[in-house]
Write a protein that binds this ligand. Structure first.
Ligand SMILES: Nc1ncnc2c1ncn2[C@@H]1O[C@H](COP(=O)(O)OP(=O)(O)OP(=O)(O)O)[C@@H](O)[C@H]1O
Ligand SMILES: [Mg+2]
Length: 208
C-alpha cells in the first residue's frame, strides 16, 4: 500500500482539492483507493464523495472520515490511501508524515503563505522525515511570472516543487460543488492541467 498525504499548516490551501483529484485519477486506473478525510469537524471530502454518489458520477470514490490516522488503516485492502489532512498541522501530523510515502503541501504564491509552509517542512525534516518525501504544489496561480517566482522561492528553500501548478479558476470550485474533481472539469485545458499534475505526483511517488 502507498500513502499520499495532503497536509498544510494553513486552512483553505487546497488539500482537499488535491486529495480528491488524486483519488479520482487513481481509481480510474482500476486501483483500490481510499480517500481518508481527517477533518472530522468539517468532513468536506466525505460530503463531496456523497455529492458524487448522488449525482451518479463514476468512478465511485471510497471516502471515510476518521478523527486521526489510525494504524489500522494501513491494514485495509487498498492500493493507495489518499489522505486529506486536517485544517491545521496537529500532533498527529508527524505520525502521518512518518507513514506516508509522499507528503504534498499545497501553497499559495504570497509570502504569507510560503514562509509558514516552508517552516512546516523544516519542522518535519527536523523531526527526521526524509526530505525526499516532501513536495510542494503551487496553487491559485494567476500568471506564469507568479508561478516561476513561487517555484524558485520554494526550491531555494531546498524543497521539491512539482513543475505543474494549479491556476486560480472558478471552474475548479464549481466542479467540486458538483461532486467532480478538478481533473474532471469541463474545460479541456484546465482538465489537462489537473490531470498532468496528478500524473507528475504519481510518478514522484514511484521514486520517493
Ligand atoms: N486553484 C483553485 N482555483 C479556485 N478555487 C480553488 C483552487 N484550489 C482550491 N480552491 C477552492 O478553495 C477552497 C479551499 O480549497 P480546499 O478545500 O481544497 O482547501 P483545504 O486545504 O482542504 O481547506 P481546509 O483546510 O479548510 O480543509 C475550496 O472552495 C476550493 O474549491
Ligand atoms: Mg479540506
Amino acid at each position: 500500500m502507498k500513502i499520499i498525504a495532503c497536509l498544510s499548516q494553513k486552512g483553505g490551501g487546497g488539500k482537499s482539492t488535491l486529495a480528491r483529484a488524486l483519488a479520482v485519477e487513481l481509481t480510474k486506473q482500476k486501483l483500490n483507493i481510499l480517500l481518508v478525510d481527517l477533518d472530522i469537524q468539517q468532513k468536506t471530502s466525505q460530503e463531496w464523495s456523497e455529492r458524487r454518489k448522488q449525482q451518479n458520477i463514476k468512478p465511485i470514490v471510497d471516502c471515510q472520515s476518521y478523527p486521526f490516522f489510525d494504524e489500522k488503516l494501513t491494514k485495509l485492502p487498498y492500493d493507495y490511501l489518499t489522505i486529506d489532512g486536517p485544517a491545521r498541522i496537529s500532533e498527529g501530523t508527524l505520525n502521518i508524515a512518518k507513514r506516508a510515502n509522499l507528503i504534498i503541501q499545497p501553497v499559495g504564491a504570497s509570502l504569507d503563505d510560503l514562509n509558514p509552509a516552508i517552516r512546516e517542512f523544516h519542522a518535519l525534516v527536523k523531526a527526521k522525515i526524509n526530505k525526499n518525501k516532501l513536495a510542494f504544489v503551487v496553487n491559485r496561480i494567476s500568471s506564469n511570472a507568479e508561478e516561476k517566482a513561487t517555484q524558485n522561492y520554494l526550491e531555494k528553500a531546498g524543497y521539491y516543487v512539482f513543475s505543474i501548478s494549479l491556476s486560480e479558476k472558478i471552474s475548479y470550485r464549481e466542479a467540486q460543488n458538483q461532486g467532480l474533481s478538478i481533473s474532471e472539469v469541463k474545460y479541456p485545458r484546465l482538465k489537462k492541467q489537473a490531470q498532468e499534475l496528478v500524473k507528475e505526483i504519481i510518478k514522484k511517488i514511484g521514486t520517493s
